[in-house]
Structures are given as structure tokens and as C-alpha cells.
Design a protein around this ligand. Structure first.
Ligand SMILES: Nc1ncnc2c1ncn2[C@@H]1O[C@H](COP(=O)(O)OP(=O)(O)O)[C@@H](O)[C@H]1O
Ligand SMILES: [Mg+2]
Length: 267
């Protein structure tokens, strides 16, 4: 169960978009992928055809249900979504509190999915440090930190490099890797920041994604960028990053034999 956390000190940088499109890319190569939304915005599901009116999710009943896999929705033959769900403020607070105070809470709730051999899990987080990101630290194989090619992201680089995103080193097998999103090589600043990050991060730079209008358009039509605009620069970039993640985590692609015994809720 390779588990990838997609996080960032900043909001609006493309975490949710990247999580969704990486899931699509990995699923297309034959891998079963589950995406989990840890952001109260509950937006990840919207990339997978789940209607905006569908408020189902795992957080509201996380305290009383022993196995959160019952809240998984099937989005495609290889794609599964575990939405955060629509919650009351008190439910959100209770969830955060349990995450912070009960070290086994996450591992118990996710036990079924964590133990499916070959199931790749991509988890999307709210910006900045969060109880969920901290709790997930022990379970994660890889942290993908999303940045923009701008000065605001650059100013946060020391914070990322000193692992202050979650207040402790990310001591997973592969550490943290960075994706620089929305690069635009026609703009001097974007080009300079991208080049600086390439030199500074070296192998830790997992890849860059071009700024491309077809990305929000693909989001709006709830489709993968590689389906919506297969020849776009962003589709190419995301495909490449998905291949790097597959190689890093030794994900076996094209294993059609694997059938997770999750019973997804139809919608
Ligand atoms: N490569 C890109 N090119 C153009 N727009 C992008 C790109 N990546 C993300 N976006 C847009 O940026 C906005 C924020 O993305 P989102 O994934 O919601 O960020 P986050 O999850 O970090 O808050 C969305 O409107 C999304 O469509
Ligand atoms: Mg988001």
C-alpha cells in the first residue's frame, strides 16, 4: 500500500488538482488508486464526477465507525474516492482532536485500505500544518510538497527544507519531494524561480507542471487533464511525475489481477 501525502505550506497551489490528476495517471497505467480527502473544503471528490450535492464522507462518522472504507465511492474502474464529506463545525473539531490525541485513530480507521496489497493511496491535505498531516506522517511513504514558481513560495523554502511544515522531520522512506506547479517560462520571474529551485532541490524536485488553462477547464468538467487535453503541456508534465512516483515507490503498473475487496458505495 504505497501511501503518498500531497501537502504544502500554501493554499491554492494545486494540491487537490495534482492529487486528482496523479490518481488518474496512475489508474490509467493499471494501478488501483484510492484518493483520500483530509481538507474540510471537500473538493477532491469534484474531480471524480461526484456531484456537488453529494455530501457523503468519512469524517462525520469517523469516531463511531471502525472501518472508514465503507465510505469509499467508486469513481472509475481503477479509481476510488474517500471524501471528507459535509460536516458540522463540531464534527470537524472532534475529528481534529482525535487525530491529535489518539495516535492509533488514523491507522485503525484506514486499516482495511492500508492493508490492500498494491492499492496506491494518495492523500490530499489542507494548506499548512494540520493534525491529519501529522497523524499521517508515520504511515506515509512519500510526501509531495507543492509549490508555485513565485516569490511567496520561494520564501517558504526554508520552512519546507527544515521540515517545519509539520513541526517534525518527515522520516518516511523517501522523504519529501517537491512539485513546482503553474510554471510559465514566458515570464521572467517564473523562469528564474523554476531554475533556482531546479538547482537547489536537485533530485528532490519531482517535477514541474506548466500553467495551462486546460487544467481548470478539465477540473470544471470533472475530467482528467490527460483525457480533456491529452496533448497539453500540463498533461505531459503530470504523466511524467506519476511515472517518477511509480518508480520511486516501486509501484507495479498494469497488474490487472488485483481486485480490492472494497465494496464501494455507488452513486
Ligand atoms: N497547472 C495549472 N495550470 C493552471 N491552473 C492550475 C494549475 N494547477 C492548478 N490550477 C488551478 O489553481 C487553482 C487552485 O488549485 P487547487 O488544486 O484547488 O489548489 P490547492 O488544493 O492547493 O488549494 C484551481 O483553480 C486550479 O484549477
Ligand atoms: Mg485543495
Amino acid at each position: 500500500m504505497p501511501l503518498v501525502c500531497v501537502c504544502s505550506p500554501k493554499g491554492g497551489v494545486g494540491k487537490t488538482t495534482l492529487t486528482a490528476n496523479l490518481a488518474y495517471a496512475l489508474a490509467r497505467s493499471g494501478t488501483k488508486v484510492l484518493v483520500i480527502d483530509f481538507d474540510v473544503q471537500n473538493a477532491l471528490r469534484l474531480h471524480f464526477g461526484v456531484p456537488v450535492t453529494d455530501g457523503r464522507g468519512f469524517v462525520a462518522e469517523s469516531a463511531t465507525s471502525a472501518d472508514w472504507s465503507q465510505f469509499i465511492l467508486k469513481a472509475g474502474s481503477n479509481t476510488f474516492v474517500l471524501p471528507y464529506g459535509e460536516v458540522e463545525e463540531a464534527q470537524r473539531e472532534a475529528f481534529e482532536q482525535r487525530l491529535a490525541q489518539d495516535p492509533g485513530f488514523l491507522a485503525r480507521g484506514l486499516n482495511t485500505v492500508l492493508n490492500y496489497p498494491g492499492l496506491v493511496i494518495l492523500a490530499d491535505f489542507p494548506p499548512g500544518p494540520s493534525a491529519a498531516l501529522k497523524a499521517m506522517k508515520a504511515l506515509a511513504d512519500l510526501h509531495v510538497v507543492v509549490m508555485l514558481a513565485d516569490t511567496a513560495s520561494l520564501s517558504l523554502l526554508p520552512q519546507i527544507e527544515s521540515h517545519r511544515l509539520i513541526g517534525a522531520p518527515l522520516n518516511n522512506r523517501h522523504g519529501q519531494h517537491v512539485v513546482v506547479n503553474q510554471i510559465d517560462m514566458r515570464r521572467t520571474l517564473s523562469r528564474d524561480v523554476t531554475q533556482f529551485l531546479e538547482q537547489r532541490l536537485g533530485d528532490r524536485l519531482l517535477g514541474t507542471v506548466h500553467r495551462d488553462e486546460c487544467v481548470p477547464e478539465a477540473n470544471a468538467s470533472q475530467r482528467a487533464i490527460m483525457d480533456f487535453s491529452p496533448v497539453s503541456a500540463a498533461a505531459f508534465d503530470i504523466e511524467l511525475i506519476s511515472k517518477k512516483i511509480a518508480a520511486l515507490l516501486d509501484i507495479k503498473v498494469g497488474d490487472g489481477e488485483f481486485q480490492p475487496a472494497i465494496t464501494p458505495t455507488p452513486y
